[in-house]
Design a protein around this ligand. Sequence first.
Ligand code: FAD
Length: 485
Amino acid sequence: MTFDYDVIIIGSGPAGFSCAMQSTKFDKKVLIVEASDHNLGGSWISKGTVPSKALRAAAKLIQSFHKQFGDEKGRKPFERFRMEDIMEYKEPILDSKNRQFKDDIIKNEVETARGWGRIIDKNTVEVTDQLNNKNNYTAKYILISTGSRPSEPKNFKVDHARILDYSSALELTHIPRRLVIIGSGIISIEFATIFAALGSRVTILSDLNEVLPFLDEEVKAELIKSIKKTNIQIFNNTKIKKISTNDLRTCDEVLFKVKDQEQLQVVETDHVLYIGGKIPNTKTLGLEEVGVETDKNGHIKVDNHYRTSVSNIYAAGDVIGQPSLASASFLQGRLSSTSMFGSSTKITPETEDIPFGIYSIPEISGIGLTEKKAKELGIDVTVGRAYFKTLTRADLNHETDGILKIVFKTDDLKLLGVHIIGEQATDNIHLGQVVMAYNGDIKYFIERVLNYPTYSEAYKIAAFNGLNRVYKAGVKYKKILEKNQ
Ligand SMILES: Cc1cc2nc3c(=O)[nH]c(=O)nc-3n(C[C@H](O)[C@H](O)[C@H](O)COP(=O)(O)OP(=O)(O)OC[C@H]3O[C@@H](n4cnc5c(N)ncnc54)[C@H](O)[C@@H]3O)c2cc1C
């Protein structure tokens, strides 16, 4: 049987893009179907990763400048800088990413069809364009990489004017003086620290009893310390009762209750930002009719080759659920393609091999076991710490808040986890990731020459610090250390 294409990819985010690029390396004919009539690139380029990081970069620049040189009139950043200034910083970045994306698909002869894709049988995708014209395309394989969208709150409505979600927050035309963020996940903490850097007074209302419960405890303590120095207030265990407009005071009011407390609390704000999670974009794809199974949250079920319950239909990216990151989606899309056209032995990466990066100010990143988790698993571990205030590079940059913590097995010094908060954490994590991927131990950091001054020096300091601790443990490990030195 002949088809129009080797693979049709529905959705042009990181999962779709990387599947397309990899498939062209196998000399395959590729069609990307994209519903957005603006840009290609999905949440990655248009609504999430890159725009939020560009906003962060501008806010960080303003914050550093303000911290270092102040303002002769004592103005706050939002009184001195306008969103227009920030847009001027952001726009060329987005333009450049869009151009790169288009260049890559043109160079690699990937075709595109604009419109909503729907799978009508296991080899056919129907595409409905803006004018309701329908065209059918066939392929040997189909990849579903339709991503996700923000979930909606239950007891109020996001109107994208006063009450925003993570998409509309990136479209704000001014810097709010006051912002209430409902939700306390990664994106909430990122937005909170970005707007606080711009001078906004931020209140986080979390329904959990702590923010980011997966973080290493010492990293979390550093984050909370850093948050306390800024204009951010966190209320945990809250329940939102009502959001209303106070015309007299020209503001919105968020009424909430904290668990086990009787009284209703009110916080005044210019905007509310609701960040309650993501919903997979699966509804209009015709999955049920074609037999593609989903779980109770609507995520598409896949095996470790990213194959769905229909063997020639694959799925990757946010649409299959955690970790729901552009970083992981790139790899998943590429592996889907290698499974379709290359070797069939490659399997999904283990969760503990995937680092996470939180682009708050300061940055946070981690990989592998935390000290707490290792102990729960009964592993005899030792930790090593490096405080950023001891790093020359941090001194040079006036960025001395932060800690890098390594977790390693006491008996053979094997590295099991790295947890960082501080400047360049999301880059610096990869040195630890490589050592862990090759089953390395902490002697790597001690025996190698690392560039100086760098933030990577923290690994060396933490390794020495950890080794000292093993020494102090005494006779029990003496032989091991002799063997290891
Ligand atoms: C504010 C924010 C910040 C983020 N920051 C980071 C970060 O720093 N690092 C990181 O790794 N991740 C980050 N993410 C997550 C990241 O953006 C997503 O995980 C990633 O974009 C998911 O990629 P994807 O390929 O699954 O889908 P998406 O990027 O969501 O793209 C899906 C595409 O499919 C299209 N589509 C949907 N349905 C159809 C249909 N029926 N027919 C045709 N086209 C369709 C959509 O229009 C969209 O273009 C962030 C997300 C947000 C919201």
